[in-house]
Design a protein around this ligand. Structure first.
Ligand code: SAH
Length: 396
């Protein structure tokens, strides 16, 4: 069956020429037919040149997401099997005796817009964000089962962005039998992952390298871990020999799991202190109580999903970084992150610089952080570069 032909406005083929996979609704001149959500369409330049095949998202501002920049390539189950296999194989080196979890498919950066898959030991958790991936759900899941040999696949397609695509939420087991509890090994440390109720797909795999780096820096230090979730940086710090770790999060479920993770790794709970609290308020309390730390981790949720939220997010980032810099002892380290797509690495550094100035802290950037290797950034998709971080040292 011939694919529906979609023709772009003059000049709007530029981003496709650079292999950017998104076509916004305003770039489209004509649609020869009435494609349904998820249908594959053929994108043409205004002069009629075929450019790419793409998934149609009639309800979204991102009206089409490219599957292939070769307009002759067939988009079928074999196409998805090949893309999934390539992505899974590219992670082979990331799974070893000290690690049995990683992201297997990172959406656009793996040539599969709107699709994410994370591996936790023998369980794969998938998320579908867009109409095209939704249409090819069975093919994608079959391909994952084949490429990984994993015993169970679980779906967490309940994210808000699905409503922009006109898709209803969907959650639950899709293949195999789920084990009663999923636990993973990262850097030789154990973590229980709540794949059914946890945030995202259950664990923040993107911080793997950064937790390892923090682990190497914490020996003998009093550490403050803000936005600790299930204790990723807390446990890394304890493994690194931290003297004490105070961890803060506003999710009671996350904190409960964090405590279980302390036990799973047989760390002395006496080295830990927990606060079920709002970080913004708690940092002020710690300041008023004249507490001080040798290392602080700030890993907040995304305050600015898009550039429109940047101004408000800037104030929030500045606030917590300012307070953290005040709580740091001279010579102390601040590992500060932003996972906001709407805040560039450059802007983030400016925000932290402003915070240091207002805190009257003389400080320097000694290292930079990004997402781990299982969250690659395709060079044609700079939006994939969402996680940035700075290691800042306060002068003694
Ligand atoms: N560093 C973690 C991931 C952090 S995700 C890891 O390595 O696993 C962000 C966390 O911030 C979530 O656990 C969320 O519950 C928490 N959170 C969001 N807003 C908060 C707030 N205002 N105060 C405290 N915690 C908050």
């Amino acid at each position: 069956m011939a694919l529906v032909r979609v023709t772009l406005q003059p000049g709007r083929e530029k981003s496709l020429a650079q292999w950017h996979p998104w076509i916004f609704s305003g770039s489209i001149a004509t649609v020869d037919g009435a494609p349904a959500g998820g249908d594959t369409v053929l994108l043409h330049a205004s002069d009629g040149t075929p450019l790419a095949s793409a998934a149609w998202s009639p309800e979204s501002k991102i009206r089409a997401r490219v599957w292939s920049f070769d307009p002759r390539e067939n988009i079928d189950a074999d196409f998805f099997r090949a893309r999934v296999r390539t992505a899974v194989r590219a992670r082979d080196g990331l799974l070893d005796s000290a690690h049995n979890a990683c992201r297997l498919i990172h959406g656009e950066s793996d040539g599969l817009p709107g699709f994410v898959a994370d591996r936790y030991q023998d369980v794969v958790v998938v998320q579908i964000f867009a109409a095209g991936a939704e249409r090819w759900r069975d093919a994608l899941i079959d391909a994952l089962a084949e490429a990984t040999g994993c015993a169970a696949i679980y779906e967490r397609s309940s994210v808000d962005v699905r409503t922009l695509e006109g898709l209803a939420p969907r959650e639950g087991p899709v293949r195999g039998t789920m084990p009663p509890q999923v636990s993973i090994i990262e850097d030789g440390l154990s973590f229980i992952v709540d794949v059914a109720h946890g945030q995202k797909t259950g664990f923040y795999l993107d911080q793997r390298n950064n937790r390892k780096r923090v682990r190497a820096l914490t020996s003998g230090r009093d550490v403050l871990n803000c936005f600790c979730y299930t204790g990723g940086f807390t446990i890394a710090a304890l493994a690194g020999g931290a003297k004490s770790v105070l961890s803060i999060d506003s999710s009671a479920e996350a904190l409960a799991l964090a405590r279980e993770n302390i036990a799973a790794n047989a760390f002395d709970p006496a080295r830990t202190e927990w606060r079920d609290a709002d970080v913004f308020a708690e940092l002020r309390k710690l300041r008023d109580a004249a507490r001080a730390f040798d290392m602080i981790v700030l890993d907040p949720p995304k305050f600015a999903p898009t550039a429109q939220h940047a101004e408000k997010a800037t104030r929030a980032y500045k606030d917590i970084n300012l307070l953290a810099l005040k709580l740091l002892r001279p010579g102390g380290l601040l590992a500060t992150f932003s996972c906001s797509g709407g805040i560039s690495a450059d802007l983030f550094q400016k925000i932290v610089a402003g915070a240091a100035l207002d805190a009257r802290a003389n400080a320097m950037v000694v290292e930079r952080f990004a997402a781990s290797a299982d969250h690659p950034v395709a060079l044609n998709f700079p939006q994939g570069d969402y996680l940035k971080g700075l290691l800042v040292r306060k002068s003694s």
